[in-house]
Write a protein that binds this ligand. Structure first.
Ligand code: GTP
Ligand code: MG
Ligand code: NA
Length: 346
């Protein structure tokens, strides 16, 4: 397994779902951060990105394996947070277009809502595999949270009878709603074929129930479904997410690198309001691991970064860069042929 492991890039995982289903809170729980508390109106308004080193993820997921060594060989996970508010369809579309797999978050008390269905449409269009977090199980009447009992299946077994029955009823309701739009779903421990059937993971971002289960599935899915897709591809693929002024750095661009390698000093070309912008990477930065890129903080400097990663680039002339567009690296800026090619591409 280790030979392929060396060549697998990090999977890009997108979190999608209706507003306030708990997407950011789930990430906060994994990161041990409080990003959601700092959001204006409690609403996410930008795409976010967080890099999770594999050891941190394994540590959580191992709680489930009762000390067994988990042999998963992706180097890390890059998780993209998206807004669920109806006015941000473009950001959900952008987020979903970057990812290899997705987590669709559903509030178990609400079932499938308009932006849940919109998100499913986006995933269906690109045939992106996804798992469903049935979140907020702690809000089921009389739920007796069992944060130290994992897997969640054990926590469910320990609930008072009526809470367990309500849980099962709500799971069945969600399954019916998924079936109506053409998806077979099963609670993940009953899912025998993740290629054909979508796994449901009961979670609570508040009690932490189901979070190790979710991580374990995220680690296992890429190998089951996407090993070919995750073979490291040297071709550069980078999308500009945001254009931001940062004190001490000037105007920077936040970029998601989903393919290839990028280096300090590279000549880049991005789409600008008045035509292509050519510049040189002055600083190649990332937030610390397990920190949200969209939150201001300290940055780590890099000479070189391999996909997949969320990156902040400091370069001259980025004021008019356009979010949502591709970034190109110009290998030979003296070659008019290559410059022309890049201009056509961006
Ligand atoms: P948008 O990004 O704005 O679409 O919302 P979101 O899906 O990221 O949801 P968010 O994390 O902002 O959570 C919305 C509200 O639900 C917050 O008040 C959270 O504290 C609460 N919440 C999230 N997850 C849970 C959960 O598992 N249980 C309970 N009881 N509350 C939760
Ligand atoms: Mg959010
Ligand atoms: Na919210």
């Amino acid at each position: 397994a280790s030979r392929t492991a060396d060549h697998l890039r990090s999977p890009v995982i997108c979190i999608l779902g209706h507003v306030d289903t708990g997407k950011t809170k789930i990430l906060d729980r994994i990161r041990r951060t409080n990003v959601q508390d700092g959001e204006a109106g409690g609403i996410t308004q930008q795409i976010g990105a967080t890099y999770f080193p594999i050891d941190a993820v394994k540590k959580e997921a191992t709680k489930l394996a009762e000390g067994r060594q988990l042999d998963y060989n992706v180097p890390s996970l890059l998780i993209i947070d998206t807004p669920g508010h109806e006015s941000f369809t473009n950001l959900r579309s952008r987020g979903s277009s970057l990812c290899d797999i997705a987590i669709l978050v559903v509030d178990i008390l609400h079932g499938l809502e308009p932006q849940t269905k919109e998100s499913i449409g986006l995933l269906k269009a690109r045939k992106t595999p996804f798992i469903v977090a049935l979140n907020k199980i702690d809000r089921i009447y009389d739920w007796d949270a069992q944060p130290h009992n994992c897997p969640t299946r054990d926590s469910i077994a320990k609930q008072p009878r009526h809470a367990r029955e309500e849980f099962m009823r709500r799971v069945r309701d969600a399954q019916l709603e998924f079936a109506e739009i053409g998806f077979n779903t099963e609670l993940y421990w009953e899912n025998e074929d993740p290629r054909k059937t979508v796994s449901l993971v009961p979670t609570s971002a508040i009690s932490g129930e189901g979070i190790p289960d979710l991580l374990m599935l995220l680690l296992a899915l890429p190998q089951k479904l996407l090993t070919d897709r995750l073979m490291f591809n040297p071709l550069l693929e980078a999308t500009v997410l945001e254009v931001k002024v940062i004190e001490g750095l000037g105007t920077t661009i936040d970029v998601i690198l989903t393919g290839g390698t990028i280096r300090e000093g590279d000549t880049i070309m991005v789409v600008g309001l008045d035509g292509p912008i050519v510049s040189t990477i002055r600083a190649l930065l990332t937030p610390h691991p397990m920190k949200e890129m969209r939150v201001k903080g300290q940055y780590l400097h890099h000479k070189e970064i391999k996909a997949a990663q969320g990156i902040k680039i400091s370069a001259e002339g980025m004021e008019k860069a356009v979010a949502g567009t591709q970034l190109m690296v110009v290998q030979d800026p003296t070659s008019e042929v290559e410059m022309e090619y890049c201009r056509d591409e961006v």
